[in-house]
Write a protein that binds this ligand. Structure first.
Ligand code: EPZ
Length: 411
């Protein structure tokens, strides 16, 4: 199966943003901290959510997913995250924290390589060790066990999103106070904190630290996920590239400051009102350099899309990613579409280019979104292989794009 896109159609109309993917995953996993009922609304129907549900069910939870609502009941019956699930989604490692916290043991397959660059989990493991866990590696699995876990101070060498979430999850279920110094500050961390507080955990945000007082017997929760800031950013860039008068509904402007500033610099004509953003169009685009950094910096997840955007800007732009410095696997594919882009030691340099349709392979989720946006502005037909990567993170993207006039279908 391939995704086919006929480029250069003027896009126009309305597009609505779904619930946050990277907010949904840790919130679904937080249900492992209790046997009580948990209910989550506005959950996007995407592959990563389905994989997370499959993992929760494997661990023993009873999960129903219908019309954007997830109901989770029951307890943990197994303390094992198998390779078949972990290899599909690296965020599976997040079950280690809550299961270790409650069951005092867990075996998790070590996630394999990843196309956005090396993705070690050493900060997660170092944190677990500080809390009193023993770590063994056997047969491709990490085996974590502990007689006694106790809150303590953990300094993260780098503000890793996943490590912060895993440590928040484990410390919510153990006695004593845990202090995470230099935690990640992404909006998805605030989502998880809000849910953990609903469950009865005491969490204080200090200056560059989080103080967590966990407890046994946490409560269930009911929570509605906010809109996905990366999906919103993706459609903002697509609208600026190929659209005229597009209304993006449920646009989380508060969490996309860095993108909004860069869009203004580039010369995009847009307006924000309440929860919506309207892209009126653009005149001549100016080249704007970006450097992806931890929040509130420019999001690494939008970095590949910005590269495509800059193929329409006058002059040349430099794109650097300080979060995943080698997240440029899409460049070779983009070049096949005529993009003048070269890899530099710390990023890439892109020049104004005329894109033409080609057969390309999608290497990962956001690279897929970038190639898709390139296809929308390219002359002729683009065929995207392995487009399932895009389905991991974008709900109904084919229908949403068709809804604003794109010519896109599966063959
Ligand atoms: C989360 O990944 C997101 N995933 C990513 O989104 C996002 O790109 C990333 O945060 C950064 O914003 C989810 O939320 C499910 P990190 P995560 O730990 O947690 C290094 C998408 O497309 N590091 O903050 O894996 C790591 O190699 C996905 O939706 C270590 O060295 O990101 C990277 O260079 C992709 N050791 C940097 O830190 C560790 O133990 C940031 O990683 C952990 C991380």
């Amino acid at each position: 199966m391939y995704l086919v896109v006929e480029g250069r159609k003027k896009l126009k109309g309305k597009i609505e943003i779904s619930g946050s993917k990277n907010g949904a995953l840790p919130v679904l996993i937080a249900s492992l901290l209790t046997d009580k009922e948990c209910f989550i609304e506005n959950v996007p129907d995407i592959l990563d959510v389905k994989t997370t549900i499959e993992l929760l069910q494997f661990l023993g939870k009873n999960v129903e997913f219908k019309d954007g609502n997830v109901l989770i009941k029951g307890g943990i019956k197994r303390a094992f995250a198998p390779y078949d699930i972990v290899k599909k989604m690296r965020a599976s490692i997040l079950v280690a924290g809550p299961v270790l916290g409650r069951k005092k043991k867990i075996k998790v397959s070590i996630p394999g390589g990843c196309l956005i660059g090396p993705r070690p989990i050493n900060y997660h493991i170092e944190g677990f060790k500080k809390l009193g866990a023993k770590v063994e590696i056997r047969g491709g699995d990490i085996i974590l066990s502990a007689k006694n876990l106790k809150g303590t101070k953990i300094l993260l060498e780098y503000p890793s999103v996943g490590a912060t979430e895993n440590l928040l999850l484990i410390s919510s279920s153990i006695e004593g106070e845990t202090v995470i110094e230099n935690p990640a500050n992404e909006p998805e961390i605030s989502i998880l904190i809000e849910v953990l507080k609903m469950m009865g955990v005491k969490i204080e945000k200090g200056v560059s630290c989080l103080k967590i007082k966990g407890r046994k017997n946490l409560k269930g929760f009911k929570y509605k996920l906010p809109p996905d800031r990366i999906e919103a950013g993706t459609y903002f860039i697509i609208s600026a590239l190929a659209g005229e008068n597009i209304l993006i509904k449920n646009f989380p402007a508060l969490h996309l400051d860095s993108l909004i500033e860069k869009m203004k610099e580039a010369g995009v004509d847009f307006s924000i009102s309440e929860e919506n953003l309207r892209v009126n169009g653009r005149k001549k685009l100016k080249s704007v350099d970006i450097e992806a950094n931890p929040y509130p910096g420019f999001p690494t997840d939008l970095q590949p899309l910005w590269t495509v955007f800059m193929t329409k800007a006058a002059g040349k732009s430099i794109i650097i990613d300080n979060v995943f410095p080698t997240r440029f696997s899409y460049i070779d594919e983009l070049r096949r579409m005529g993009a003048e882009v070269v890899l530099k030691s710390s990023g890439c340099e892109v020049k104004k280019s005329n894109l033409v349709g080609a057969r390309v392979r999608v290497p990962d989720l956001r690279a897929g979104a970038a190639l898709l946006s390139a296809a929308l502005i390219a002359k002729g037909r683009t065929i995207l292989e392995d487009f399932y990567h895009i389905e991991r993170g974008y709900e109904n993207f084919i229908e949403k794009l068709k809804g604003i006039g794109a010519r896109i279908w599966i063959e």
